[in-house]
Design a protein around this ligand. Structure first.
Ligand SMILES: CC(C)(COP(=O)(O)OP(=O)(O)OC[C@H]1O[C@@H](n2cnc3c(N)ncnc32)[C@H](O)[C@@H]1OP(=O)(O)O)[C@@H](O)C(=O)NCCC(=O)NCCS
Length: 352
């Protein structure tokens, strides 16, 4: 096995050695925690729902709609991740907010090192992808914008990295629509830093119910929990890996699956995708088909398996991220029922 261990991401017992229901919660995700009420005359429990901001050995800090709540871990009776709330009517893949889906997607692609600044998330995985090496701008950084920018620039300078911000907005949003993006441009930042694939990325979503079911004659798709050397080798034909870092990012989510199709039962891998599994959502990453085997329905076949896995795991909604200039992939996703939920762009620090 390579990368991070899928079955033991975090400790599963509390300080007293008892099974700890909160051990498997990931910081940054939306959770519901049932808390035993110890100071009330009658025994009872209450549910705390919100984003898990901090977890220490003793306490869970949860950002709820009514503010921050600290729950002692010894009083946690049950805990589980839950999907982000609906912010408008409609099917699950459309009713989530831009920021909430950006946070879900960030849990699907976890950097090697992460730090919070208010609601912003600073991420570093040197040399490997914009998403894992940029500040995810969601909500409020908790300090004035200029101080937030200074803090982020220092954080990346300490790591010998250029500072980048990932800013999200509704489809076709412009820099002028986005106060943080606008302030960064005024600070000298450039959109995409000269890379067309970083200028505008579409976050597309679709219903898992809308994906076709595999047929008896379609090639077999293998779904594995662990990252194999062979899967990584095939994946690396489509993009340049950074040894050690790529494996860590690919295996860094709470739950992920590595999908592959072989040329024949004992042949080489000719199609891959990585699936991140969340409460209510599945995320597709790194879909790639060998150039000699394109337009033969292999990507559609992989997506059919994505649909099957999502439906089996009660995930009605699927997200993926695709550069605006990737016409082939966008055509395919649209043919499968995906639409643009929102977009993001990278703002890149000017070189000095
Ligand atoms: C995008 C990609 C995965 C598609 O794989 P594929 O196996 O060739 O796709 P499929 O044969 O399953 O195509 C399904 C449908 O998608 C659309 N499509 C796929 N490639 C297309 C292209 N080059 N131009 C236009 N439409 C295309 C078509 O609607 C197609 O159905 P059709 O062949 O019946 O017309 C493949 O081109 C690839 O690996 N590209 C490089 C990596 C990449 O961009 N991945 C996506 C990251 S988000």
């Amino acid at each position: 096995m390579i990368g991070r261990d899928p079955d033991h991401p975090i400790a599963e017992t509390g300080a007293d050695g008892q099974p700890d229901p909160s051990a498997r919660l990931t910081v940054g995700t939306r959770v519901v925690v049932r808390q035993r009420l110890v100071d009330t005359p009658e025994a009872g429990a209450t549910d705390v729902i919100g984003r898990l901001a901090v977890r220490t050995d003793d306490v869970l800090v949860i950002d709820t709609r009514r503010g921050r709540v600290a729950v002692p871990r010894r009083d946690v009776v049950a805990a589980k991740p839950v999907p982000p709330p609906a912010t408008r009517p409609g099917p699950a893949h459309l009713r989530v907010s831009v920021d909430d889906l950006a946070l879900v997607a960030a849990q699907g692609w976890v950097a090697v090192e992460q730090a919070a600044l208010g609601s912003w998330l600073l991420r570093s995985a040197p040399g490997y992808t914009g998403r894992a090496n940029s500040v995810l701008v969601v909500g409020d950084p908790g300090v004035p914008l200029d101080s937030a920018f200074d803090h982020c620039e220092q954080w990346y300078a300490d790591r010998d990295q250029t500072t980048m911000f990932q800013v999200s907005g509704p489809a076709r949003f412009t820099i002028a629509d986005h106060p943080v993006a606008q302030a960064l441009v005024e600070r000298g930042y450039t959109v995409g830093g000269g890379r067309p694939d970083w200028s505008r990325v579409l976050v597309m979503t679709g219903p898992s119910a809308g994906l076709p079911s595999p047929t008896d004659t379609s090639p077999q798709v293998l779904a594995e929990k662990t990252l194999s050397e062979e899967w990584l080798r095939a994946y690396s034909e489509g993009r340049t890996p950074v040894p050690g870092i790529t494996e860590a990012v690919l295996t860094g989510s709470e739950r992920q699956l590595f999908l592959s199709i072989r040329e024949d039962p004992n042949g080489r891998i000719i199609a891959v995708a990585r699936l991140a599994l969340h409460a209510g959502w599945a995320g597709v990453f790194g879909l790639w088909v060998h150039p000699d085997h394109r337009r033969q329905g292999l990507a559609r076949r992989v997506m059919a398996t994505v649909g099957t896995i999502a439906r089996e795991n009660r995930m009605p909604a699927i997200y993926l991220q695709v550069s605006e200039d990737n016409d082939a992939a966008i055509a395919m996703y649209e043919a499968l029922g995906f639409t643009v939920h929102h977009e993001y762009t990278y703002l890149v620090q000017p070189s000095t």
